[in-house]
Unconditional design. Structure first.
Length: 510
């Protein structure tokens, strides 16, 4: 691929990127001071200026995280960590059609990975197809992950922040966009944040955060939620197990900042793999996640949204039809009897009685529709709705009185992987939205319909970023979501708008 140098002047100094296929591309752009040494477990600090021209032609280091395989059936689906890792990870990447005053819509991507893995430089998030197709500016970001990003210890509360460091990184990246993106041909007054999985959860959190107010005008939540944060009680329960893995008791902030990053990552990995029967922390929703905290997050996000927080922001939110099939497959769960299904569901749905009710309801409804009632299929259906579809529906309903636009979607495009047994799984929307299907053919398939659908979704996301409405020439009939008329655009071989879809199942998660 032919490329030529291109230079942009930011408020901190000049950056040298590359022009490739008509796009100006800047990789590894710092947006805060490296969070190392005394800055570990502190809010991101303002970036120092530099002299001369700084190269921005290679991706920066990614956040410290467990190694993921670069080969195998799941390589590339959730991203892999074969890139250089470092605590010095606060970098972003920009793709723009021009360094001019065109004031293009800006789309800022927050990657997924359970808040413990992933990066903004994954090949699946190549910004070139979206930027070129829609004449938009694409930004992908890194943020601190795992314990280094989200350790919730009051001992670290020296600057008023005792947790949520990775979320503060996202805010710092959005502040960089506000201050700098005009030089890259973008409009700082028309910013859309979008993210999938943990990135979608992050979108829900930022929607409700007073610290993020005014930094974006639109939000797209893909397979996310606005009601998953850790309670103070669960944090207090988890910390002793984490520190036990490190061989310490209740350390001071200075002691924590002297720990080797490899030791922190090893303790995090050990805790994640622990049996919930001997370690209650293993049963939490992710070891490290958001907690309520002063001015950053003063309430459970969905409660804040219900009270009007983020109401001026336009929202597009949706899920996959069969989210949980991929997650089960990735953990080796390929067969399940009813007893084990109920055992796995019980702590997540509210106890054994509730698990039994959910299992029987789903099995009966699936049987009535002629769908499989195999225990694994029933389990995956319950967990899809419990973790994703139910959470998304609750957020959509919480915005019923919001002045901003609210739109819903559902993807039921099927993956050919494992002879189609995954159905429409978690993360299949990523290559469809990014136009990177060619990189993931085993996952998305090679039928021409796949790329046509990808074009429909790319155009809808671009239209939403530009105007606040996802409607396009190909998708003109996309009404706003309403509680009494839950209009939802279904993406798949049969693209259509529906107002009811498995409402009896979803009612269990209202």
């Amino acid at each position: 691929m032919a490329s030529n140098p291109t230079t942009v002047q930011t408020q901190k100094g000049a950056l040298r990127g590359r022009i490739a296929d008509g796009l100006h591309v800047f990789r590894g752009v710092p947006f805060a001071q490296p969070p190392i040494g005394d800055l570990r477990w502190r809010r991101p600090q303002p970036l120092d200026a530099w002299d001369g021209v700084r190269d921005a032609v290679e991706f920066g280091p990614i956040s410290m995280q467990p190694l993921r395989p670069a080969a195998g059936p799941f390589a590339g689906i959730m991203g892999h960590s074969q890139e250089r890792m470092s605590e010095d990870c606060l970098y972003l990447n920009v793709w723009t059609p021009g360094l001019d005053d065109a004031r293009r819509p800006v789309m800022v991507w927050i990657h997924g990975g359970g808040l413990s893995s992933g990066s903004g430089s994954s090949p699946a998030y190549d910004g070139a197809p979206l930027a070129a197709r829609g004449d938009v500016v694409i930004v992908t970001i890194n943020y601190r992950l795992g314990a280094l990003g989200f350790l919730p210890d009051p001992a670290l509360a020296e600057d008023g922040t005792e947790a949520n460091f990775g979320f503060h990184d996202m805010v710092a990246a959005l502040e960089w966009v506000r201050d700098e993106i005009a030089a890259f041909g973008g409009d700082p007054a028309n910013v859309t944040i979008f993210g999938e999985s943990a990135g979608g959860i992050s979108v829900g959190i930022l929607l409700a955060s007073p610290r993020a107010e005014g930094l974006f005008q639109r939000a797209i939540m893909q397979s996310g939620a606005a009601d998953r944060i850790h309670t103070r009680e669960s944090v207090a329960e988890m910390l002793p197990f984490f520190y036990r893995e490190l061989g310490i008791t209740q350390p001071s902030a200075d002691e924590l900042r002297r720990l080797a990053d490899d030791d922190i990552l090893a303790a995090q990995n050990a805790l994640a793999a622990a049996d919930p029967a001997v370690n209650p922390a293993a049963g939490l929703h992710g070891l490290f996640n958001a907690v309520t905290e002063g001015e950053f997050l003063d309430a459970v996000p969905i409660d804040a949204v219900r009270e009007g927080r983020g109401g001026e922001v336009d929202l597009l939110a949706g899920t996959m039809r069969n989210e949980f099939t991929l997650l089960s497959a990735m953990t080796g769960l390929t067969d399940l009897n009813e007893e084990r299904a109920l055992e796995l569901m019980s702590p997540l749905v509210g106890g054994s009685d509730r698990a039994g009710e959910c299992f029987e309801t789903y099995r009966t409804l699936r049987t009535g529709r002629g769908e499989s009632a195999d225990p694994l299929d029933v389990y995956n259906a319950v967990m899809t709705d419990r973790q994703y579809r139910g959470s998304t529906r609750r957020l959509l309903n919480a915005r019923e009185r919001s002045p901003g636009g609210t739109y819903a979607y559902l993807v039921e495009q099927r993956s050919p992987m494992f002879e189609g047994r995954l159905g429409s799984p978690h993360a299949l929307d990523v290559p469809l939205v990014w136009g990177t299907t060619e990189l993931m053919r085993d996952f998305v398939g090679d039928d021409p319909q796949v790329d046509q659908l990808s074009g429909f979704m790319m155009d809808a996301w671009i239209s939403f970023a530009r105007t606040g409405s996802p409607g396009t020439r190909a998708l003109p009939g996309w009404p706003q979501y309403r509680g009494d008329q839950p209009y939802t655009m279904v993406f798949g071989p049969d693209v259509r708008t529906v107002t009811a879809d498995r409402e009896e199942e979803l009612a269990l998660w209202a």
